[in-house]
Design a protein around this ligand. Structure first.
Ligand code: ADP
Ligand code: MG
Length: 571
C-alpha cells in the first residue's frame, strides 16, 4: 500500500484517542479548564455514564468574545506562548488539545460570557466541524455540553464499561479535584441525582464530602514548609482501608498517578498498618514549576521530577511526622533521629500489587512494576533483608529481648519474632513430617461454623498434620495434630480453630500457617533463659523477612549508636 498523509479529520480522531479515553477523561479536561479560568463554583452533570450527556459549568473568566471557535483549533491555547513556558507550567492545561479532541468524538456546545461582556456567545461542533455560532444571554462563565460521545466511533464505545462504572470513574475524578481545590465549590449530578457537593472552604470540608464525617473528624494535618512543601491530611492508622485507592497525590495541585510517591506515603505508616491495609491520605506537593515536568503523559496523569528521591523523602518524612504527633510511639521516636529503624527501608510484601486502573495506565509505568523495583527508586538506602549478627543482652518485661548489634541497640518483640520464625518454617514445607499421632483418638464436638472452617481449610490443615475423621453429627475424631499444638489436643484444637476463623490470608494455606505460628509462638510475659533468647535471635537472623511478623507488625525496633549518643548529649 502506498504511503499517504491522513486527512485532518482522521488525524484529529487519532489524536483524540490519546486525550479522550473514556467519559471521565472529558470531565477531567473540562474541570481543568474551569479551574484554570479561576472558577469558584463548578457544576458537573452527567447522564448514562457520560455517554448521552456531560455538562460542566463554571463561573470563571470566560472566553474572550470572538475566540470561541479558535479555542477548538488544535494547539490553540491561552496558557503558553513560547517553548520556554513549557519548562515552568503553572496551569493545569497547556497543550490546547482538549477541546478539539472532544469535538472530534462527540457533539459539543460551548457557551461563554466573560466578565466585561454584555452578552454571551456560543459555538456548536458536530463531528469536528462547526455547525452553529451566535450570541446568547448567559451568566458570566462558561458551560460546555458534550452529547453523543463516540456516537460515530462504535468501536470505541465497545471498550467502555457499564454506564454505572463510567459514572463511578467520573465521581472519582470530580472527588479528586474537590480535594485538590477545596476552596472551590463542586457539584456532581449523575442521572439527575446529587452525587457529590462541596461547599468551598477548608480541606476538611471537602474530605467530609468525599470520605464522610468520621474520616474528616479524625484526619491529621500535614504541614511541612520548604523548597518541597507538603500539605494535606492523613487519617490515623485506625481508619485504614483495604484498597490502595485512598491515597491521593497532587503535585502543585495537579492530581497525579505516581506509585512511587503513593508508596512513600505507605512507608510513612510502616509498622502501624498490617500488610493488607492501606492509609487514607491527601498529599499535596508544592514545588517550583521548573522542578517538575508535566509534559510527559497524554492525559498529564504522570509527571516527572528533577529530584524524585527528594520528593519521596519529603513526603515520607512529613506524613510520618503528622502521624507521630498524634500517635506517640516509644519515646525513642522523639529523638527524631533513627526511630523506626526500618522506616525508609522497604521489605518485601506478600500481597500482590494490583495493576493501575486502565484510565491511568501510562507508557512509563506498566502493571509489571512491582514494589521491589519501586524500592530501588526510593531515596532511602536499599535495605538489608538479613539482620546483622546480634548479641543478646537480656529481657525486659518478660516480653522484649534486648540485643546489641553493630550499630546500636535492638529491642525484639519475642512473640512477633517467634511468630515470624515459625511462620516461615510452617509455610515452607508441604506435608507436615512431625505430626503427632494420638494413641487414643479423641472425639471433639464442633459448631457448624467450625465444621465449615474444617471444610474450607481441609487440605491445608491435612498438610500441616491435622487428621480429623467424621464420627457422628458434629462429632469428629482427632487422630493427629501438628507437634506445634501442645497440651490437651481438644483444647488446643478449639483455640486454634478460633484463631483460624478470624485470620486473613491469600489462601487457606496461608491462613493455616499464620494461625498455627501465632498459636504456637511464645507469648509475651513469658520469662526466657539467655539460651532460649539466643536461639530465637539466631532463627530470626536466618529468616527471609525478619523485620515483620506474618501480620505485618514490626518484630523489632532499633536505636542506632548515633541516636543513643544524641540522647545522652554526647554529640
Ligand atoms: P488548554 O487548556 O490546554 O489551553 P483546551 O483545548 O482545553 O486547551 O482549551 C483551549 C483554550 O480555551 C484555553 O487555553 C482557554 O483559553 C479556553 N478555555 C477553555 N475552557 C475554558 C473555560 N471553561 N473558561 C475559560 N476559558 C476556557
Ligand atoms: Mg484544557
Amino acid at each position: 500500500m502506498s504511503i499517504r498523509l491522513l486527512s485532518p479529520n482522521v488525524a484529529a480522531k487519532i489524536a483524540a484517542g490519546e486525550v479522550v479515553e473514556r467519559p471521565a477523561s472529558i470531565v477531567k479536561e473540562l474541570l481543568e479548564n474551569s479551574l484554570d479560568a479561576g472558577a469558584t463554583r463548578i457544576s458537573v452533570e452527567v447522564a448514562q455514564g457520560g455517554l448521552s450527556l456531560i455538562r460542566v459549568s463554571d463561573d470563571g473568566c470566560g472566553l474572550p468574545a470572538g475566540e470561541l471557535a479558535l479555542a477548538f483549533e488544535r494547539h490553540a491555547t491561552s496558557k503558553l506562548a513560547t517553548a520556554d513556558d513549557l519548562d515552568a507550567i503553572a496551569t493545569l492545561g497547556f497543550r490546547g488539545e482538549a477541546l478539539p479532541s472532544i469535538a472530534a468524538v462527540a457533539v459539543v456546545e460551548l457557551v461563554s460570557c466573560p466578565a466585561d461582556a454584555l452578552t454571551g456567545e456560543f459555538v456548536q461542533f458536530v463531528d469536528g466541524q462547526i455547525e452553529g455560532r451566535g450570541s446568547r444571554g448567559v451568566a458570566r462563565g462558561t458551560t460546555v455540553t458534550v452529547r453523543g460521545l463516540f456516537g460515530r466511533q462504535p468501536a470505541r464505545r465497545k471498550f467502555l464499561r457499564t454506564p454505572e462504572a463510567e459514572a463511578r470513574q467520573i465521581a472519582v475524578v470530580v472527588s479528586h479535584y474537590a480535594l485538590a481545590y477545596p476552596e472551590v465549590s463542586f457539584s456532581l449530578r449523575v442521572d439527575n441525582r446529587q452525587s457529590l457537593s462541596t461547599g468551598g472552604g477548608p480541606l476538611s470540608g471537602a474530605v467530609a464530602a468525599v470520605y464522610g464525617a468520621e474520616v474528616a473528624a479524625a484526619v491529621l494535618p500535614i504541614d511541612a514548609a520548604g523548597d518541597i512543601a507538603i500539605h494535606g491530611l492523613v487519617a490515623p492508622p485506625s481508619l485504614s482501608r483495604a484498597s490502595r485507592n485512598y491515597v491521593s497525590i497532587f503535585v502543585n495541585r495537579r492530581w497525579v498517578q505516581n506509585r512511587r510517591l503513593a508508596y512513600a506515603v505507605g512507608e510513612a505508616y510502616h509498622g502501624m498498618l498490617t500488610v493488607d491495609r492501606h492509609p487514607i491520605a491527601i498529599v499535596n506537593v508544592m514545588l517550583p514549576p521548573g522542578e517538575v515536568d508535566v509534559n510527559v503523559h497524554p492525559t498529564k496523569a504522570e509527571v516527572r521530577f528533577r529530584k524524585e528521591s527528594d520528593v519521596f523523602a519529603a513526603i515520607q518524612r512529613s506524613v510520618r511526622q503528622a502521624l507521630l504527633q498524634q500517635a506517640p510511639v516509644p519515646s525513642l521516636a522523639y529523638s527524631g533521629v533513627s526511630f523506626g529503624a526500618f522506616s525508609g527501608t522497604v521489605w518485601p510484601r506478600t500481597a500482590p500489587v494490583p495493576p493501575l486502573s486502565p484510565m491511568w495506565r501510562g507508557p512509563g509505568l506498566s502493571a509489571a512494576t512491582n514494589e521491589s523495583s519501586l524500592a530501588q527508586t526510593a531515596s532511602a538506602p536499599l535495605p538489608r533483608l538479613t539482620l546483622p549478627v546480634l548479641r543478646v543482652v537480656g529481657q525486659i518485661d518478660n516480653t522484649y529481648v534486648v540485643a546489641e548489634g553493630p550499630d546500636g541497640m535492638y529491642l525484639i518483640d519475642q512473640h512477633a519474632a517467634h511468630e515470624r520464625v515459625l511462620f516461615e518454617e510452617i509455610a515452607g514445607r508441604s506435608i507436615a513430617d512431625d505430626a503427632q499421632g494420638l494413641l487414643t483418638p479423641t472425639p471433639i464436638e464442633l459448631t457448624a461454623a467450625q465444621e465449615e472452617l474444617l471444610r474450607v481449610c481441609g487440605d491445608a490443615l491435612g498438610e500441616q498434620g491435622f487428621l480429623l475423621e467424621p464420627f457422628g453429627p458434629r462429632v469428629h475424631l482427632i487422630r493427629s495434630v501438628p507437634t506445634y499444638l501442645q497440651g490437651d489436643p481438644r483444647d488446643a484444637l478449639l483455640a486454634f480453630l478460633d484463631r483460624l476463623g478470624s485470620e486473613e490470608g491469600v489462601d487457606s494455606a496461608e491462613r493455616v500457617a499464620k494461625s498455627l505460628s501465632c498459636h504456637a509462638a511464645v507469648r509475651a510475659g513469658k520469662t526466657l533463659s539467655l539460651d532460649e533468647m539466643r536461639e530465637l535471635v539466631r532463627r530470626l537472623e536466618a529468616s527471609q523477612v525478619p523485620h515483620t511478623c506474618p501480620h505485618g507488625r514490626p518484630t523489632m525496633i532499633h536505636m542506632s549508636t548515633m541516636s543513643l549518643e544524641r540522647e545522652f548529649h554526647r554529640r
